[in-house]
Design a protein around this ligand. Sequence first.
Ligand SMILES: [Zn+2]
Length: 691
Amino acid sequence: MEFKVLKPFSVCCLFLLLVCACRNAKEDTQKAKSVATWNPFNIVIVTVDTLRPDHLSCYGYTRIKTPNLDKLAEKGTLFENAVCQVPITPPSHASMFTGTYPGVHQVRNVAGFNLDPSHQTLAKLLQERGWQTAAFVGAAVLAKATGLNQGFQTYDDKMDDPELGGDSPQVRAGRVVDRALEWLKKQSQQSPFLLWVHVYDPHAPYEPPLPFKNQYVRELYDGEIAYVDRELGRLFNAVETMFPPDKTLVTVLSDHGEALDEHGEPTHGVFLYDSTLRIPWILAGPGIASGKRVKDQTRTIDLLPTLLSLLGGMIPSECQGTSLLPALSGQKVNTAFSYAESLMPKIDMGWAELRAMRTAKWKYVRAPRPELYDLDKDPHELVNVIQQYPGDVEELESRLSDLTSTAAGRSEEIQSKTISAETERQLRSLGYVSAGSHRRLVLSGQGTDPKDRIHILQLLDEATSRQKKTPPAQRIRLLEQALKEDPTNSTLYLVLGTGYDMNRREEEALALYRSGIERQVGGTSKMYARIARICGRQGLVDAAIQAFELSLESDPTSIETQEELAVAYVLRGRMAEAERVLKGILVLNEANAKAHNSLGWIALKKRETPLAREHFEKALQLDPDLIDAYINLGMLYKETGDLERARHSFETFLSKAAKMDYRGSIRNVQRELDAVLKMQRHVGTRSPTAR
Ligand SMILES: [Zn+2]
């Protein structure tokens, strides 16, 4: 039997294997350390993705039961008018944890940006002062590569929910909470902790588990929220029982809301209306009034300064947010202006980006056709009154210009940067000549107004939403129609390409991706990777290698692409290159068990048995469910005469494989196990003392 490393060349799994920034972060750290004592409070931050406040009973919604969040709101203070800075997951979380607007932290969209280590984060500040820090995230969009893991000793971004399938980009709230509880049990009462729990469930598609799926059959989005509330109840109860309530702060907020078709937007990420900017926010614990409701506007950038104030810590100079502590005792806080932006229309759709300035009364949106809403009279932002209040518009525009250094007519130039400087250095040392090649983006505010492309958003939703149940051929027709109307929209290329590919129209998919690359619509790295996969399936391994290499040139952070390229190199016998790529994966994520497994396999090929064994054992230490590594290790032990360990490895594989759909390998491994048992008996017969 051959060592287990390669699967057929297929689309999926190929390799088993923080306004004045006049001081720098280092000085801030030194200053922070000079503070004599901080309150050693435990902090639990829960972010519930895509959660609209007006869908929680503590915010007045009557068609849902959220008893655990309601109870927390009764115990603590609820912010009635909280807003986020970006209606997109990674940038919104970056604003929370640095206390800065996106123009400072530079995490500007879902992908293609990461938080530079020069920024101070809550986790880094607390870890430096002796807090135990851990994060458990429920979606791949918050993976370590975002840089949000900085300061967290434990950062669990494993996406391996068996209920959702092996390659799902999310895990259910229950699994996230289970992992957080496991970690909490290991915490002593000696040192305080910071725990961040992120649950993704209310994000589309809305597919709550039973019984919520039946209880909320007409409102599946609410069903997801009710489910999340139940799971968070387990977390809140455990925290309450295990740790002193007078030393434990709990806060729950969302990264953004969900449009639910308001303003023609199915989900979130494009527009800056309150349907996606408003978030729920509850804060409970020592020093927090019970049952209080704060009406002032509060912002995600206020989270870090508020928590640091409660701890008695120093707020980093970079921080643009304000401590909300005075608001808790009814005093005014300086949160009157809140900036928001969305670059997703620009980066992912080829339209104009949107920026906004919000006060308790006004929402001003800077767009090719600007908007102004009177939130007092028109909370749903249905009547654009931009012509009627030129004086207010001028003030809001001037605030926006000052904050973003983008007065009308002046552009902001940003660099899409997928990896930190250190990672870039390490990749270069491995021979990635173009490591970290950056995409330059000019944000001029010019271009197609996203408002004029609402029908494209709706076509996209109709063609991609699992809930819509549109037949596959109809999905393709809708996307072809959308692309005809909006031919520079990279998202349409990618989605339509997937549609062609899934319907065995590979030549059309290839032609579409090549035309997207040629027209430079964006998404180049993904398009090359997809071309490579199609070539691979067609047996054109050299063409696949070339396309994978081009993909990694424009984005060297895709671990999946690296894994696939390594397989392709192996297939061509280019072992040294395969090894280089696998080492590149370990630079991006040293805890990548599959890369260790594959490096072990290559070491075996080179007859470097001790190194191979080291890699296989490391792979299993990192991921005890990477069951292919048990086969590899079992074979290695067998060949080196370590029969007892060989038997144990094969038996472990067989006990796990039954649950994980490995029917094809079970028979072979059973045969290997039988052989080992026979050899053991034989050895036993010859030398009874060995028993
Ligand atoms: Zn989100």
